[in-house]
Design a protein around this ligand. Structure first.
Ligand SMILES: Nc1nc2c(ncn2[C@@H]2O[C@H](COP(=O)(O)OP(=O)(O)OP(=O)(O)O)[C@@H](O)[C@H]2O)c(=O)[nH]1
Ligand SMILES: [Mg+2]
Length: 348
């Protein structure tokens, strides 16, 4: 599972103080008390935003303070309320305070208040009694609340890259996103998932996961088998990447599908896109190998990359969010892999 964490400090505004004042008008020399109440302090809200996918932005901005309420005015006018602050978080963020789990933003547009603004104080208009018609008393505004919160996001990637080792998965991630995974001409370069954000347009985005290579026998724990398979369960669309220079890309696809199937047959019911990679290595003028692939790309020359993004975005439009079949701790221990990988991969 991909875990992203951040800590933020939230502070709501203090309530405005109540005012002490007296009505001064021509022909009313003894106007009564007219001190207004203080405004309420601004609150801090957390809002689940389906457009966001990471907590990365909170490494730079982590202080969120709402405005204080204004002091009460003359002529019984209540002071202005402090402005609220909204902190937008990806759907699926869990929020912990020092006391434990505070909330789980599991639905889009869910909104919770994490620091309520202080109430305004009362103006002297409220303190008139039969014996004191000119009270000089008002109450101060209540202080705001202040908390340190831990945010934790368990990410579900939208698209998972499935391929044999060396197929060019990490290279593709580096071309489609700002992520800079390790790339090397030998198998098993990628040991834990790398995530990147693809932006089809200025206002849309999806998460692409570059996963460790899959080999025959992975579902029995071969290679980085379990490492790979437990991550692929958390993706909505599968992108099968096949090296066109391989002796038999069709057979490669069969191996990949057979491994996914023996791990969890439902994986193959997910929307998939089969893509041939490294087409720049194919002799010029010769036809690419035939097979069940609908698209071909070269990460080296960027051929077919724009179209690939469009195709993935279309698939994602109707791809359901899959049920997570097994939690990571329910999975069998991966022989060998356990020593390479921690149970949870911090994403940094
Ligand atoms: N010519 C060419 N080489 C490529 C292309 N894509 C990847 N490569 C090369 O293929 C090799 C393997 O690439 P990676 O992106 O590390 O492959 P991977 O699928 O992530 O491999 P693992 O992490 O081991 O599973 C590297 O030497 C890349 O430079 C491509 O489009 N054209
Ligand atoms: Mg790789």
């Amino acid at each position: 599972m991909f875990v992203d964490r951040a800590t933020i400090h939230v502070k709501s505004g203090k309530g405005g103080d109540g005012r002490v004042s007296f009505l001064r008008e021509a022909f009313r020399p003894l106007g009564g008390p007219d001190g207004g109440d203080g405004g309420t302090g601004g609150s801090v809200y957390l809002v689940a935003d389906p457009q966001l996918h990471t907590l990365m932005d909170f490494r730079h901005k982590f202080d969120f303070s709402a405005e204080d309420g204004a002091m009460g005015g003359r002529k019984n006018c209540t002071g202005r309320d402090g402005k609220d602050v909204e902190v937008r978080l990806p759907v699926g963020t869990q929020i912990y305070s020092e006391q434990g789990l505070l909330a789980d933003l599991s639905e889009a547009d869910q909104r919770i208040c994490v620091a309520e603004g202080g109430k305004g104080g009362k103006g002297n208009q409220h303190f008139t009694t039969s014996r004191n018609q000119a009270p000089r008393k008002a109450t101060p505004g209540k202080p705001g609340q202040e908390h340190n919160l831990l945010l934790e996001l368990r990410l579900m990637a939208d698209v998972g890259l499935v391929g044999l080792p060396n197929a060019g998965k990490s290279t593709l991630l580096s071309v489609l996103t700002a992520a800079r995974p390790k790339i090397a001409p030998y198998p098993f370069t990628t040991l834990s998932p790398n995530l990147g954000i693809v932006r089809p347009t200025e206002y849309s985005s999806f998460v692409l996961a570059d996963l460790p290579g899959l080999i025959e026998g992975a579902s029995d724990g071969k290679g980085l088998g379990y490492e790979f398979l437990r991550h692929v369960e958390r993706t909505r669309v599968l992108l099968f990447l096949l090296d066109c220079t391989s002796p038999d890309p069709k057979a490669d696809l069969k191996v990949l599908k057979a491994e996914l199937k023996s791990w969890n047959p439902d994986l193959l019911k997910r929307p998939t896109l089969v893509v041939l990679s490294k087409t720049d290595m194919w002799p010029e003028g010769e036809k690419l190998p035939k097979g069940p692939w609908k698209h071909s790309i070269s990460s080296a020359t960027s051929t077919g990359i724009e179209e690939l993004i469009e195709k993935l975005w279309k698939l994602l439009e109707d791809a359901p969010v899959p049920r997570v079949f097994r939690e990571p701790d329910e999975l069998p221990e991966a022989p060998g892999a356990a020593s390479v990988q921690p149970e949870e991969d911090e994403w940094d």
